[in-house]
Design a protein around this ligand. Structure first.
Ligand code: TMP
Length: 228
């Protein structure tokens, strides 16, 4: 039961742009809080003051860093996030819900990065390097459970476009949203590949269904694996 939660639990949400992670995290957090549990909602990049500066830079369409610089900036954001937010929250016994974490790096800076997608060997960044650095940066803060909200790139990008319209962010698609549909399909394929490799940790949820249906799938898993 709920009392079994001794050390804080780390749950990450991953997926392509517009897959609905943020909406689902808010719904899940509210429901868990309704049970009297402490829930910390956080995201990458940008959860800390340093992270906010890095996020601005990393998502700026005008910024075009080399592959290794980009990787190191995401990892610097992560290290700060782990030490200032995630670790203290877990030490208090909180449930931490993360909007993107280690797997986004493996996919965006590795699997789907333009040179890798073209089949070329990236001179600066390899999957092995990402794995090693991710482990170094997060230490014991490895997620117990990761939800992959899976939808087609077309559906995701359309949702992201609508969200930008609704929030008044018209015409300000970030550096990643601006990329071609093929890139986002490659990102989707990367997440699915990871989920296949790490079957125990990942749960794939069909994100093309209604919002409540997605939440039900997530809640069922949380009830069985975390609260059960
Ligand atoms: P968001 O819009 O979902 O907050 O994500 C910000 C962007 O940052 C998203 O396009 C994916 C990208 N990203 C990476 O490329 N590598 C990473 O390690 C993380 C956490 C995000």
């Amino acid at each position: 039961m709920v009392d079994n939660i001794v050390d804080g639990i780390l749950i990450s949400f991953e997926g392509i742009e517009g897959c609905g992670k943020s909406t689902q995290i808010v719904m899940l957090a509210e429901r868990l809080r309704g049970l009297g549990l402490e829930v910390v909602v956080s995201r990458e990049p940008g959860a800390t003051p340093l992270g906010q500066e890095l996020r601005k830079l990393l998502l700026d369409p005008a910024y075009n860093p080399d592959a290794l610089t980009e990787l190191l900036l995401y990892l610097a954001d992560r290290r700060e996030h782990c030490s200032r937010i995630i670790r203290p929250a877990r030490a208090r016994g909180a449930i931490v819900l993360l909007d993107r974490f280690i797997d986004s790096t493996w996919v965006y800076q590795g699997f789907a990065a333009p040179a890798a997608a073209a089949g070329a060997t990236r001179d600066a960044v390899s999957a092995k390097m990402i794995e090693t650095l991710n482990r170094l940066v997060v230490g014991s803060d490895w997620p117990q459970l990761t939800f992959l909200l899976d939808c087609s790139a077309k559906v995701g990008l359309e949702r992201a476009r609508r969200r930008n319209l609704e929030t008044g962010a018209v015409g300000v698609a970030d550096r990643f949203e601006q990329r071609h549909l093929d890139f986002h399909e490659q990102v989707r394929a990367g997440f699915l590949r990871l989920a296949e490799i790490e079957k125990e940790r990942f749960r794939i949820v069909n994100a093309q269904q209604e919002i409540d249906g997605i939440h039900d799938c997530i809640w069922r898993e949380i009830s069985n694996r975390i609260l059960g």
